[in-house]
Design a protein around this ligand. Structure first.
Ligand code: ZN
Length: 157
């Protein structure tokens, strides 16, 4: 982008576009045949369901991640943004993103802990709609559950 810094309103439009784009054409949608990690995520409040697959290599780096399932635009966009974010990262960095994203959405604490979160800021808008926060955090809880090999499905309830 060039020119004057975007106004808040322009940013909001930009973020809305980003969410819609990821909801319409989710990145890394599908299944991994032999994942090293996987978890289900369920948000009964909205009816969002997803399954997240990860392949973590021997050095502890996330080689690939994919997701499948169905849900509202926000849950799908958030999962899509998640996959874009964590592929190539060490597991501990992916966990740091989980911490930051869920904290930003649930507490309004805007600290980024030095992470690259430009695109993820698109999710911040849901804070104005408390019932949708769980749609946005669902995939991140599934990520956390998968990486920690928690046996139960991640649920937002
Ligand atoms: Zn939802």
């Amino acid at each position: 982008m060039t020119g004057a810094p975007a106004t808040n309103e322009e940013l909001t439009d930009l973020y809305r576009e980003l969410i819609l784009d990821h909801a319409r054409s989710p990145r890394h949608f599908g299944r991994i045949q032999d994942p090293t990690h996987q978890a289900d995520g369920i948000n009964p409040l909205c009816g969002d369901k997803l399954k997240l697959y990860l392949t973590v290599d021997r050095s502890g780096r996330i080689e690939d991640t994919r997701f499948e399932g169905s849900g509202c635009a926000i849950s799908v966009a958030s999962a899509s943004l998640l996959t874009d974010t964590v592929i190539g990262l060490p597991v501990k960095d992916a966990e740091a993103y989980f911490e930051v994203v869920t904290r930003r959405l649930t507490s309004g604490d805007e600290a980024d802990d030095g992470l690259e979160i430009e695109k993820l800021k698109a999710l911040d808008g849901v804070r104005e709609f408390p019932s949708r926060v769980k749609c946005a955090t669902l995939a991140w809880h599934a990520l956390h559950a998968a990486l920690n090999e928690l046996a139960m499905p991640a649920t937002t309830e």
